[in-house]
Design a protein around this ligand. Structure first.
Ligand code: GCU
Length: 683
């Protein structure tokens, strides 16, 4: 039957090469499990299922290997050996000893991750002899954030409705919950916030907590803990109190009791995620209190338990209004959070979006990462393609994540040189290595939904995959991750793998070229899909498109240097130096920081206007190239998947032209210049 995408990268189709299969089969004649926990059982079951598919053989699970050779031995424990000491709580080690493959972890979770890592070896056709793989996750909380509502819709979701069947829970457990947990465990994702950050207080009622507890039970064998987004005024809305002031004793005890109730139902509950005083959501500032007051109150409620508070820094007051005409949304988060550095409880993590605005196709990193040494900062990426063409545009996101993670914050001043050696990249901040935080986290806003293939666009599965792999180990390259995913999901044929990887790796830049080149941002309103760079009316100036691109008769772009909003001043001096001179500012960031004259010659030798046109046109044309690349792998991928992606690429091409034309014709009114000759011809 054609592949419907349901099995994601855990397909386990029979390996075609018979001799390879036979070689593998000799090393895996049994699966011995020392222990009976749920997680060890998950590990053994997954190996059995996976190897059954890959090798076409049923491999027995046994309790102890004894003197047997030629099998897999799963073993958890915190022993004294050097190897065991090299592991952290969730790390694993895979070695070959006495003709067996040994998967070790300090904990059962480590063994589970090791089992998936071993399966990956088979799926990507790697050797399983002379193995010596040791891997520890670099951050502790590796999270998906679901923006799912109680009525089944998903905010910014493009793959159907929510996976959580609230009306059937807690009695009926959809088998899909287990597959969701397996997919996450295969990547090392160990936490999931099941409801939208624009939270409904309903999730904290007894009725809904029972449903959430049922989900927790379904995910637990795979090491995935549940978390809840909380509505800050819940004590008023469902608790009947007169206030939600975080310093009010009754409010504090309401939350403490609520935490007690939750832990009574879900002993390993992960904690709370909070969007407060942001985009109209209530919060502590409504009572004259700070974000720290709010977060610390929730931390106090969680004090008796393991849970943590993830408090979001995605905040911005209306900017460009008569009372704040020069205000820049870019600077808002640091303005509200900068002074609170060091004031948060030890159970609080401040969750920061990768960029200062909002998941644009390209953003500079958020200045908070370089400036909050005393506060554990989590990074929030968006997997769902809110600004990346929803489920019709193919955009492989690993390069977006990596670009941010690998940027130097210069948090310790001018460093030794090479960025990898500086130790002060965004990744080094987030993984705690720079400032020594105990709590470290990465969050991805999920792109999953009830569509049979989970993510709508079949290739968007790679974004879930890439996020999980990077949350485990941010040093992996975008290319290595693409290669793994393609081999596990689409094909093992080397030439086809190469072509698909090439297509994926170039896809983000292609999208940027026809959508927001040279550092443009936010050319849309409302649903965030169609081009609307002309949009100039809204309830707030910072919700118009013209606020962001600032096109006028002289030029284009947002001046964020000292002659403009001076947002650049929020970065460390070395970063400012890199970006504050329009002559040397890298072109991808140019219009983020500068208002550039239309006729200005850029480093490419073209004027701003010509360069913009070049990018819009080559970007849209490159989608044709993507289609051609995809056509070349037709015989190597499943026909259903082939046709699905081919059709979406056709839509993408149509829409890329739409984007190009909308921008070019709109900007031409300001630039008053002809479209450069090579691009004048109709398609
Ligand atoms: C974006 C998005 C909203 C979301 C918000 C957030 O603005 O459009 O739907 O609620 O981000 O991250 O809180």
């Amino acid at each position: 039957p054609p592949d419907d995408g349901y099995r994601l990268w855990l397909k386990y189709d029979l390996i075609k090469d018979v001799s390879k299969r036979e070689t593998y089969a000799r090393s895996v004649q049994f699966i011995a499990v020392n222990g009976t926990s749920q997680m060890l059982k998950s590990a053994a079951d997954e190996l059995q299922t996976g190897l059954q598919g890959l090798l076409g053989k049923s491999i027995p699970i046994i309790a102890s290997a004894g003197a047997r050779k030629g099998g897999i031995i799963l073993t958890a424990g915190n022993g004294p050996t050097v190897e065991q000491q090299a592991l952290n709580a969730e790390g694993y080690q895979i070695t070959n000893r006495s003709d067996n493959i040994i998967i070790k972890g300090k904990t059962d979770a480590g063994v589970l991750y090791g089992a998936f890592a071993l399966l990956r070896q088979f799926q990507t056709l790697q050797p399983v002899t002379a193995l010596s793989l040791t891997s520890n996750p670099k951050v502790r909380y590796r999270m998906l954030n679901h923006w799912d509502n109680p009525n089944g819709t998903i905010e910014r979701g493009y793959a159907g409705e929510t996976l959580w069947k609230w009306y059937e829970l807690p009695e009926r457990i959809d088998p899909r919950y287990r597959d969701y947990a397996r997919a996450n465990a295969s990547l090392g994702i160990n936490g999931t916030v099941v409801n939208n950050v624009n939270a409904s207080a309903r999730f904290l009622t007894g009725e809904y907590l029972a449903k959430v507890a049922a989900l927790a039970t379904a995910f637990r064998p795979y090491g995935v803990k549940v978390y809840l987004s909380v509505y800050f005024p819940a004590p008023k809305v469902i608790g009947g109190l007169k206030t939600a002031d975080p310093l009010d004793p009754e409010v504090r005890s309401w939350w403490a009791n609520k935490a007690k109730e939750i832990y009574g139902l879900i002993p390993d509950f992960g904690g709370f995620l909070v969007k407060a005083n942001s985009e109209g959501e209530p919060g502590p500032q409504d009572y004259g209190r700070t974000h720290a007051d709010g977060a610390n109150m929730l931390a106090a409620a969680l004090a008796p338990y393991d849970g943590v508070v993830m408090w979001r820094a995605f905040v911005y007051k209306a900017a460009g209004t008569p009372d704040r005409p020069k205000a820049d949304r870019f600077t808002a988060a640091y303005e509200e959070f900068g002074d609170l550095d060091g004031k948060f409880d030890k159970k609080v993590i401040v969750q920061v979006k990768n960029g200062p605005i909002d998941f644009q196709p390209r953003e500079p990193f958020s200045p908070l990462f370089g400036k909050m040494p005393k506060t554990p900062l989590s990074i929030e990426f968006q997997l769902t393609q809110e600004y990346l063409g929803f489920a019709t545009h193919l955009v492989y996101e690993a390069p977006i994540f990596k670009e941010c993670l690998d940027t130097d914050t210069y948090a310790k001043g001018a460093s030794s040189g090479a960025k990898s050696a500086s130790g002060t990249t965004v990744a080094n901040v987030v993984d705690g290595s720079l400032h020594g935080y105990a709590l470290t986290a990465m969050a991805g806003v999920a792109n999953t939904g009830s569509d049979r293939n989970w993510t709508g666009h079949p290739m968007a599965q790679a974004n879930w995959y890439a996020f999980g792999r990077l949350a485990w180990d941010h040093t992996l390259s975008s290319e290595a991750i693409a290669n793994e995913w393609i081999n596990m999901t689409l094909t093992n044929e080397p030439q086809a793998v190469k072509r698909i990887a090439d297509l994926m790796l170039k896809s983000r830049e292609i999208y940027v070229n026809y959508n927001t080149p040279l550092g443009l941002s936010r050319p849309w309103t409302g649903v965030h899909f169609a081009p609307e760079p002309w949009q100039n009316k809204s309830s707030r100036p910072d919700w118009t498109a013209i606020y962001y691109h600032r096109a006028d008769s002289l030029g284009l772009g947002y001046d964020r240097t000292s002659t403009g909003s001076n947002a650049l001043a929020q970065y460390n001096p070395e970063v400012q130096q890199r970006w504050n001179n329009p002559e040397t500012c890298p072109l991808p960031y140019l219009l983020w920081f500068h208002h550039v004259p239309w006729t200005k010659k850029l480093s490419t030798g073209r004027t701003l206007w010509d360069e913009l046109c070049t990018r819009f046109y080559t970007g849209a044309n490159s989608v044709r190239w993507m289609q051609q690349q995809w056509a070349l792998v037709k015989n190597n991928v499943d026909p259903g998947t082939y046709a699905d992606v081919a059709a979406r690429l056709e839509t993408q091409h149509k829409e890329a032209i739409w984007w190009r034309d909308a921008w070019v014709l709109y900007l031409q009114e300001f630039a008053r210049q002809p479209i450069p000759a090579p691009y004048k011809k109709p398609d």
